[in-house]
Design a protein around this ligand. Structure first.
Ligand SMILES: Nc1nc2c(ncn2[C@@H]2O[C@H](COP(=O)(O)OP(=O)(O)OP(=O)(O)O)[C@@H](O)[C@H]2O)c(=O)[nH]1
Ligand SMILES: O=C([O-])CC(=O)C(=O)O
Ligand SMILES: [Mn+2]
Length: 639
């Protein structure tokens, strides 16, 4: 770990709040059940004091991040019945949420800036924007006044100092989350680095992202608590990028309540990244090495929620001679270094992964990661104190307790685990964790992948013609809806850069930032690719086996990065592998023609749909370069 005194904190988090005068440390605003109020840095104490006065918790627990603390908190939750021990595994627990609180709620997620145009692009007359929700600062002030006073009555407020990225690292950033959910406190200590060592960093820098979270269900004296308190009618997840503040109310579900993740690392992060010249992205980071080569290459990939990031990050290669390592499975912070290389860190410390579909066949590495020190949410429980979900084994157990806590048998006609049920496991459990995963400088990225669930028209892999065309590919990204948010059904939806729910500022400005950064580093930018593991045959079957076989596609991508020109042909949508260049040995029947076709009718429809989308949703915020790429794509099909 770098010496803290050598780090330039000014450079690390310049815009974040700084308050000169602290509260008098003697004034303790409520009972302190754990930790010492006097030890808090003045600027932390004054902010926390104000939140205590607002939320009126019974007591304050300052998280120190020790093992003994973790054990005590878990014991307490077990006693209350909020988490259930899973004796089949080591230190694993299960929790069941309220059935109304199972996913992110995009419709109640807001970014608050003085000017609306900072947050969302201008939509066409009569069109509802789908690229984020803006809220005026005064309106948010008003909402906070309505929702928060007394919202933690009868509860403990947990104060969680956390670091996104290695503690004290030059690309890392600190936050403090205040929450009245002990489940959140425990989950945060898996997903981020927490505790006193982070507070020491905050003390030095005086800077942190302010995160306030409440389940929104105060208790009256003597009132018995429910297992999963939440307040779906009043849910609001709000962000103030100008002051680096996050305010979340009413939901305990991970994406809404573990504020380091989507709220900080992506929404606040992307806004900071634009100001400071870097990227905060919804991307996995993985390493790939051929046994006969010296060097490990790194790839990052943006796939929308529940579209295969965790699976690719933990890929178990079916081709001999390859070895894959995992740096991160959900979020990447990327920065060009002095040599112009794009370098990535994973700001997280754990995996909050989709459980259903995870099996020894599909993702054996995940299966080796999640049965120690893991907190499961909304999966089913087996009679021997283990967990189960759809797709974990071919045959379902004869009896389970389902995610709603009810008896379940295979003929009960409903899902045993919720489709968005999750495991929350520490990164250190992962047997293929990259040796440089905590390198504070990050790993050097050779390729950027975009991908989504596209049943039609989009080939298995294509390479962009250049950076600008690659940015266009990201802007044009679409995918079938999944269970990770409140959307229903099998609609193909736009999800540019897989960031649609996570942009911290105007998407048009975001594209401009990507274009500008590429132009500035044009000699050294990574290559950009589009992948699609999900194309289907006319009979509705996947054309590509996916999972571990995706290493074949990565192998082709790496050879392109090595400069092999003759393994690709130019198609109207970009470079596509020549038939013999992609290793399909041993795969049996692969319908190459269907897998790689770029049907003209499909793509001309795609062009006109994109034209309409950009016009209706992005308007004059759309950079001219993206419009030109769309025109050029159409021209190539009409040539
Ligand atoms: N057919 C097919 N399905 C896949 C493939 N990779 C992943 N999946 C399925 O996609 C679903 C979600 O995969 P994850 O890897 O958890 O998705 P994610 O992008 O990490 O999701 P978030 O955590 O929500 O951001 C699971 O049901 C997987 O089984 C693949 O290559 N082919
Ligand atoms: O945020 C969440 O709830 C989980 C997640 O990774 C996603 O949806 O992309
Ligand atoms: Mn995600």
């Amino acid at each position: 770990m770098p010496n803290l005194s050598e780090l330039n904190f000014e450079e690390r988090t310049p815009v974040i709040f700084r308050q000169s005068s602290g509260a008098k440390t003697g004034e303790i605003p409520c009972r302190i059940s754990h930790g010492s109020w006097e030890s808090l840095p003045a600027q932390v104490a004054s902010w926390v004091k104000a939140q205590i006065e607002l939320c009126q918790p019974d007591s304050l627990h300052i998280i120190d991040g020790s093992i003994s603390e973790e054990i005590r908190l878990k014991e307490q939750l077990v006693k209350a019945g909020v988490i259930i021990p899973l004796p089949k595994y080591e230190n694993c627990f299960l929790t069941r949420t309220d059935p109304k609180d199972v996913a992110r709620v995009e419709s109640k997620t807001f970014i608050s800036t003085p000017e609306k145009i900072e947050t969302v692009p201008p939509t066409a007359e009569g069109i509802n924007g789908t690229l984020g929700n803006w809220m005026a600062p005064e309106e948010l002030d008003e909402k906070v006044k309505q929702k928060f006073p007394g919202c933690m009555r009868g509860r403990t407020m947990y104060m969680i100092p956390f670091s996104m990225g290695p503690v004290g690292g030059p690309l890392s950033k600190n936050g403090i989350e205040l929450t009245d959910s002990c489940y959140v406190a425990i989950s945060m200590s898996i997903m981020t680095r927490v505790g006193s060592r982070v507070m020491d960093c905050v003390r030095k820098s005086g800077e942190f992202v302010k995160c306030l979270h409440s389940v929104g269900k105060p208790l009256t004296p003597g009132q018995k608590d429910v297992m999963w308190p939440c307040n779906p009618e009043e849910t609001m997840i709000a962000h103030r990028p100008h002051s680096s503040e996050i305010i979340s109310f009413g939901s305990g579900y991970g994406g809404n309540s573990l504020l380091g993740k989507k709220c900080f690392a992506l929404r606040i992060g992307s806004a900071l990244a634009r100001q400071q010249g870097w990227f905060a992205e919804h991307m996995l980071v993985m390493g790939l090495k051929k046994h006969d080569s010296e060097e490990r290459r790194y790839v990052c990939a943006a796939f929308p929620s529940a579209c295969g990031k965790t699976n690719l990050a933990m890929l178990n290669p079916t081709l001999p001679g390859y070895d894959v390592t995992c740096v991160g499975d959900d979020i990447a912070w990327l920065r060009f270094d002095n040599e112009g290389s794009l370098r990535a860190i994973n700001p997280e410390n754990g995996f909050f992964g989709v459980a259903p579909g995870t099996s020894d066949d599909s993702n054996p590495i995940a299966m080796q990661t999640i049965f120690k020190n893991t907190l499961f949410t909304n999966v089913a429980m087996t009679d021997d104190g283990g967990v189960w979900w759809e797709g974990m084994t071919e045959e379902a157990p004869a009896h389970l307790i389902d995610w709603l806590g009810q008896d379940w048998t295979p003929d009960s006609g409903k899902k045993a685990a919720h489709p968005n049920s999750r495991f929350c496991a520490p990164a250190e459990n992962c047997p293929i964790l990259d040796e440089n995963w905590e390198d504070p400088q990050g790993v050097k990225i050779d390729a950027i992948l975009f991908g989504g669930r596209r049943p039609e028209g989009v080939p298995l892999v294509s390479e962009s013609l250049n950076w600008q065309h690659g940015v266009f590919m990201g802007a044009a990204l679409k995918s079938e809806a999944t269970a990770a948010a409140e959307h229903k059904g099998k609609m193909v939806m736009h999800d540019p850069f897989s960031m649609r729910p996570f942009f911290g500022y105007n998407f048009g400005h975001y594209l401009k930032h990507w274009l500008d950064m590429g132009a500035k580093h044009s000699a050294t930018v990574p290559r950009i690719f589009m992948v699609n593991w999900f194309r289907k045959s006319s009979a509705g079957k996947f054309l590509w086996p996916g999972f571990g076989e995706n290493v074949r596609v990565l192998d082709w991508i790496m050879r392109r990065c090595d400069g092999y020109e003759d393994i690709a042909t130019k198609s109207p949508i970009g470079y596509i592998p020549t038939e013999e260049s992609l290793n399909t040995e041993g795969l049996g029947n692969i319908d190459w023609a269907q897998l790689f076709s770029t049907p003209r009718d499909f793509w001309l429809d795609e062009v006109s749909e994109l034209r309409q989308y950009f016009k209706q949703q992005v308007g004059y915020s759309l950079p001219q370069e993206i419009q030109s790429e769309l025109d050029a794509l159409e021209k190539r099909f009409n040539a």
